[in-house]
Design a protein around this ligand. Structure first.
Ligand code: HEM
Length: 397
């Protein structure tokens, strides 16, 4: 399939095309300018690409329902997750875990996150070359969320492998691969047997807390607890791993900005924000329409699927000056990277903390490095953008 036409033909956006994964931004621009309520008949979805339209849709859950899941192809046989629910159940379940992820609670985790960062980073410094994803950024977020969930270190590598497999798509193909299906089954079975163990021996982790929690006098169903395990392990790991990879890649491409951060590390928090705006690891979220919606001269019918292209909205010239320029000194501004409204990212404070601490530690020890672009490998998923492999040579000063 051709993923976008010549300038004279209408734009075509296919979220499963590998070419799109390589460079979605030129197609996004055409969508914003020429087809802001874009319809892909072949795949049967609409796409909103402008900042304001996405922002409005995120605040209107009554119209843009999450009940079909955030993946265009739906959430399949996954256990029920708050990210794929509407109120009132979503609000009630989210409340059970939200206290663990408040900015204040997360700020208290900084010494722990820094210690884990150093644990993974320091042994790499004597090596001339590393794979930033395999050796560092794939491990840190998984360990942070695993400690919160009470998952032992010995199980983390296989959980990460399963969640990677689940996201992968073959070129042009929306289906979860057979290996991905097997991985999903493995994840469910792993946590199901874990629930049994924890009922016998409760700990002070998030999952044990959910086992004891009640909503309106009733305990949660097992599959709802499994849904939390599934969601937190995937959301807590994939997006942050890829965000860190995108950050070191962009800072390699922009050495003057990297040097600025090395000289003035207090700017790193803003740099994390700019990475999430400029090249977000979460590119899009799906919704289902609960009523007909008239937008930009077209009617999107009730029951159709709509995708919100956050990665496009964050490059919208209507919302950002010099939207296509990566600039870590950009004044703080609202972006779509962590979402808005009732589903706003539960782990945003944690992701920001991990991003800042990891970049502080990496840049203070590895101020200069070379990325081997030929060895880089992209993740192929319509939702998640980032690298599966990022080979890096550490330069000695
Ligand atoms: C750079 C890293 C991250 C990015 C870019 C990101 C992005 C997002 C976005 C855009 C949403 C909104 C989904 C929607 O509206 O349908 C979301 C929801 C969510 N995120 Fe994150 N996320 C990140 C890290 C994390 C982490 C570390 C956690 C771990 C706890 C996490 C847990 C969640 C959960 C549980 C939801 C669903 C909330 C709900 O439906 O009420 N995220 N995330």
């Amino acid at each position: 399939m051709v993923y976008f036409g010549r300038m004279s033909s209408p734009p075509v956006y296919d979220p499963y095309a590998y070419e799109i994964h390589d460079d979605p931004y030129s197609v996004y621009k055409r969508l914003r300018d020429e087809a802001p309520a874009y319809h892909n008949r072949e795949r049967g979805f609409w796409a909103l690409s402008r900042f304001q339209d996405i922002y409005d849709a995120m605040h209107d859950w009554q119209t843009y329902s999450s009940h079909g899941g955030v993946a265009l192809e739906g959430s399949g046989k996954a256990p029920p997750m708050i990210i794929a629910m509407d109120p009132p159940r979503q609000v009630k379940l989210r409340r059970l875990v939200s206290s663990v992820f408040t900015p204040r609670r997360v700020a208290q985790m900084e010494p722990h996150v820094r210690a884990l960062t150093r644990k993974h980073l320091l042994p790499l410094l004597d090596r001339g070359a590393i794979d930033f994803i395999d050796d560092f950024s794939g491990k840190l977020p998984m360990e942070v969320i695993s400690v919160m969930l009470g998952v032992p270190e010995s199980d983390q590598a296989k959980l990460r492998q399963w969640s990677d497999l689940l996201l992968h798509r073959e070129p042009g193909n929306p289906s979860v691969t057979p290996a991905g299906m097997e991985a999903a089954g493995n994840l469910v079975r792993y946590f199901a047997s874990d629930l049994h163990r924890r009922r016998q021996q409760p700990g002070d982790d998030v999952i044990s807390g959910l086992l004891a929690a009640e909503v309106e006098g009733e305990r949660l169903a097992d599959d709802e607890i499994l849904g939390f395990c599934f969601l937190l392990i995937i959301a807590g790991n994939e997006t942050t791993t890829k965000m860190l990879g995108n950050a070191v890649y962009l800072l390699w491409k922009h050495p003057e900005q990297r040097q600025l951060l090395v000289r003035e590390p207090r700017r790193i928090a803003d740099a994390v924000e700019e990475v999430v705006r400029f090249d977000n690891s979460t590119q899009m979220l799906a919704r289902v329409l609960t009523r007909d919606v008239d937008l930009h001269g077209t009617t999107m019918p009730k029951g159709d699927r709509v995708i919100l292209l956050l990665g496009s909205g964050n490059r919208d010239e209507r919302a950002f000056e010099r939207a296509d320029q990566f600039d870590v000194t950009r004044p703080a501004q609202q972006h779509l990277g962590f979402g808005f409204g009732i589903h706003v990212c539960l782990g945003a404070s944690l992701a920001r903390l991990e991003g800042r601490v990891a970049l502080e530690e990496v840049l203070s020890r590895i101020p200069d490095y070379e990325i081997d672009e030929r060895g880089m490998e992209r993740v192929h998923s319509p939702n998640v953008r980032g690298y599966a492999h990022l080979p890096m040579r550490l330069r000695r000063s």
